[in-house]
Design a protein around this ligand. Structure first.
Ligand SMILES: Nc1nc2c(c(=O)[nH]1)N[C@H]1C(S)=C(S)[C@@H](COP(=O)(O)O)O[C@H]1N2
Ligand SMILES: [Mo]
Length: 518
């Protein structure tokens, strides 16, 4: 070793910047590819963009809208790309000596992607695969390139010189990132294109049945209840899909078979050629704990499922329709008797709140059956209906110990005051939702502490298949209080007070909220 001061070797500035950009490109490419493969909603880059929009203050959104009009999204994405290039250069420059600071910065970016994906209401754990792949690819690329770029680390025994290796590996990472990103984009855009086409077609068709307009007095969002219709982006999401099926409408078909007189195969065009009906339906998950929010409402457009079953002709002895998703991995068993009720209104849905179904909610076609929990009825990405018996075939959740029939139980929920929240003492507004499909709600009562039950005011009714909002005013002296709610259905049956867990067929019990009057 020489006697002069030892400077640790450093990667030249420009090379370091280039390494940073390549590593971030590798991360984005890998993330976009994995998102395209498993879940189009989970691309970290797009998720960060969507979160930026969701978290942006309203004035900023307004400024962007008025300045860029419909180009506001591309402008946002371009802006994010610029910021990312800056961050990438930063990652490189931080790592001129050792790769660790850059690795940490990449992991930080990955965590940002994680947070953005996890923030989406459509989030399921598999959505974390894309940001994880992104962070992994970025760190790998940075470490590898860094090792090659650092001066003074000769690779003993290697025939190729370090510089050639560095250039070659850089080119590989660059092309790999582009190819992965491009492939991811292709996978995602095929689906996006098909969705746009379906949305446009739905806007042109004349509906055979329209859902009544939602009256102004149907909800009290200004008090803190949900809006009557849940925006698609906020609609709760539950599924076991490890990968969101990316089948396009053109590739879709539905087979109706089993105990039927005539087996049917319907294409997407066949569906759209049939009478299309619009119905406002509240969907609920059996896993909804008392007071929880696995419940949402949408205007669904689709083909009447009963009409399809009658056309196929149901053989005597059948008691179940087993529906299967296009990946073949999930099934629901729906009581045939319910599907054949003339007034049930079960749909093979293609539209949701004025657009094609979102990918995570079943594009291109799903089932919607008012009054049944989703696990026995709401098959997303449905491509197969087998008319059969419960004895012969057991659906996914039935095999795992959940109930066979799955009718939605009458329930109510308090949305304000928030749990552990506070309100000025005196007249305190209590508001929330209640549901009892398919008959509807006739009465909601609230009780403060151990006081008597008092009638709440019901919002304007939309239908028996949807939730109904309610509000009440209680007189609360300063201090801690419990407010409790109970609902009564249109037949006069009040929801049970008895607590039941969600397993096997849905929770029961009163919802109570503790709050402080100040
Ligand atoms: N293919 C498929 N469809 C499915 C499921 C699933 O896991 N896979 N989950 C069901 C359950 S349990 C519910 S509650 C609803 C939820 O529909 P959503 O995600 O559109 O709200 O979809 C149902 N359809
Ligand atoms: Mo569910």
């Amino acid at each position: 070793m020489s006697a002069t001061t030892v400077h640790p070797p450093l990667v030249p500035r420009r090379t370091a910047a280039a390494l940073g950009v390549l590593s971030v490109a590798a991360a984005l490419g890998a993330g976009h590819l994995v998102a395209g493969l498993v879940s189009p909603v989970s691309s970290p880059f797009l998720a960060v963009g969507n979160s930026a929009i969701a978290l942006a203050p309203q004035w900023l959104v307004d400024v962007a809208k008025s300045a860029f009009g419909t180009a506001d999204k591309p402008v946002l994405l371009a802006g994010m790309a610029l910021v990312l290039v800056g961050a990438a250069v930063g990652v490189g420059l931080l790592s001129r000596g050792r790769p660790q600071p850059g690795v940490r910065a990449l992991v930080g970016l990955g965590l940002l992607g994680f947070a953005a994906v996890a923030l989406s209401p459509a989030f399921t754990p598999v959505d974390l695969l894309a940001p994880a792949a992104a962070a992994g690819a970025g760190v790998l690329a940075l470490r590898r390139l860094h090792a090659l770029a650092l001066p003074g680390t000769p690779r003993a025994g290697s025939g190729v010189d370090r510089r050639t290796m560095l250039v070659g590996t850089s080119a590989l990472v660059g092309f790999g990132a582009l190819a992965a990103g491009g492939l991811g984009q292709l996978l995602g855009s095929r689906l996006a294109g098909s969705r746009e086409e379906v949305t446009a077609r739905l806007a042109r068709v004349a509906l055979a049945e329209r859902a009544p307009a939602i009256p102004a007095g149907a909800a009290f969002p200004e008090l803190g209840t949900p809006t009557f219709l849940t925006p698609n982006a906020d609609f709760y999401r539950i599924d076991t899909a490890l990968r969101i099926p990316t089948q396009t409408a053109a590739d879709w078909s539905l087979r109706v078979h089993g105990m039927v007189d005539r087996e049917l195969t319907l294409t997407f065009d066949d569906l759209l050629a049939r009478p299309l009906r619009e119905r406002t339906v509240t969907m609920i998950c059996v896993s909804n704990e008392v007071g929880d929010d696995y419940i949402s409402t949408a205007d669904f457009v689709g083909v009447d499922l009963r009409e399809v079953l009658l056309e196929a002709g149901v053989a005597p002895g059948a008691d179940q329709v087993l529906s299967t998703s296009s990946d073949g991995l999930w099934t629901a068993g729906t009581p045939l008797e319910v599907l054949l009720e003339p007034d049930r209104g079960a749909l093979l849905a293609v539209g949701m709140n004025g657009e094609a179904l979102p990918p995570e909610h079943g594009f291109p076609v799903r089932m919607v059956v008012p009054g049944l929990y989703g696990y026995v009825s709401a098959t997303k990405w449905v491509t197969d209906l087998e008319v059969t018996t419960f004895d012969r075939k057991q659906a996914y959740w039935l095999q795992r110990g959940w109930g066979r029939l799955g009718p939605v139980k009458t329930q109510s929920r308090i949305d304000v005051p928030r749990s552990a929240g506070s309100a000025p003492a005196g007249a305190v507004t209590v508001a929330g939702i209640a549901w009892s499909q398919p008959v509807g709600i006739s009465r909601v009562e609230v009780r403060l502490d151990d006081g008597p039950w008092a009638d709440a005011e019901l919002a304007t009714e939309v239908g028996g298949d949807t939730w109904r909002m309610w509000r009440a005013v209680v007189d609360a002296a300063p201090g801690s209080h419990v407010v409790t709610v109970r609902a009564t259905d249109a037949n006069g049956v009040t929801q049970t007070e008895e607590r039941a867990p969600v397993l096997p067929d849905g929770a029961t019990g009163h919802h109570s909220v503790v709050f402080t009057a100040l």
